[in-house]
Design a binder for this molecule. Sequence first.
Ligand SMILES: NC(=O)c1ccc[n+]([C@@H]2O[C@H](COP(=O)([O-])OP(=O)(O)OC[C@H]3O[C@@H](n4cnc5c(N)ncnc54)[C@H](O)[C@@H]3O)[C@@H](O)[C@H]2O)c1
Length: 267
Amino acid sequence: MKKIGIVGCGAIGEGVALSINKAASNQFVLTALADKRKTAAVSLNKKLSKKAKIKNIKKLVEEVDLVIEAASQAAALEVIQHALGHKKDLIILSVGALIKNPNIIKEIRTKKINLYIPSGAISGIDGLAALSQGNIKKMTLTTSKPPAGLAGAKYLKNKKINMGKAIKPVTIFSGNVTEAIRHFPKNINVAATLFLASKFDKIKVIIKLNPKIKKNIHKIEAVADEAKIKIEVENASSKMNPKTSALTILSVQHLLEKIFSSFKIGT
Ligand SMILES: NC(=O)c1ccc[n+]([C@@H]2O[C@H](COP(=O)([O-])OP(=O)(O)OC[C@H]3O[C@@H](n4cnc5c(N)ncnc54)[C@H](O)[C@@H]3O)[C@@H](O)[C@H]2O)c1
C-alpha cells in the first residue's frame, strides 16, 4: 500500500484528498496533510472518513511514498528539497517553481525520482509533447481571465491596472514563459506546463483581463513543420478558488489513475 501525502489543503488539495478518500483504494492511501495554515489542514481532515495525520512538510515527505504538492512555488521547492534527500516520488502543481530553477529537474533525474506534472488547466499536452520531437516554429498561449481569476496579482498593482475600471477585454501582459511565471506566480502555471511538455523555449504568453467572462479560457496555437495545433479550453473555476480551474483537480485524479493503473478513482 503506497502512502500519499498532500501539501496544500486549498482548492486542489481538498478536491484530490476527498477523491482519494472516496475511492478507498487497496493500492494507496492518504496518510498525511500539510499546510502553512494549520486550520486548513484540520478542516480538511474533518471531512475525511479515513483521517490523515497533520505534519510539517519535512515530516510529511519522510513518511509518505508519493507527495502531491498543491500549495505554492515556495512549498514546491521545499517539498522537492526533502524529496531529493529521501528519494520520494512527486506530483507538482506549482509548476512555475520548476521553470525558475531548471537545475532541479536535472537533480530529480539524477536521483531517479518520479516527477509527475498533471496537464492541469489545459489539454492536448500529448500532441504538444509529441511536437517536441519535431520542428516547432511558433507557439502562443493566450489566457483570458475574469477579474476574480487575477485578483491579488502584484503585477497589476505595480502597473497600476485597476481591474474594476475594465469594461472590455484588455491585454495586460505579453512576454515569455519566465516573465509570465515571475509576474503571475499563481495564475499561469499552464505556461510552465506547456514549456516542459513542448520543450519550445520561445512560447509567447498573452494574458487578457476580460470583465465579460466568468471562466478562465486558455487558447494554445502551435505551428510546426509536422502539424498545426489549436487548442481552446474554457474552464469553470473550482468552487474554493476562482484562480484555479476545476479541470486541474480532475487532471490530478486522472494522473493517479494512470500511476496506479488498475485503480479507478470514484468507483
Ligand atoms: N498546474 C496547473 O495547471 C495549476 C492550476 C491551478 C493552480 N495551480 C497551482 O497549484 C497550487 C495550489 O492551487 P490551489 O488553487 O489549491 O490554491 P489555494 O490557494 O486554494 O490553496 C493553497 C493552499 O496551500 C497552502 N500553502 C501555501 N503556501 C504554503 C507553504 N509554503 N507551505 C504549506 N502550505 C502552503 C495555503 O495555505 C492554502 O491552504 C498553486 O501554486 C497554484 O498556482 C496549478
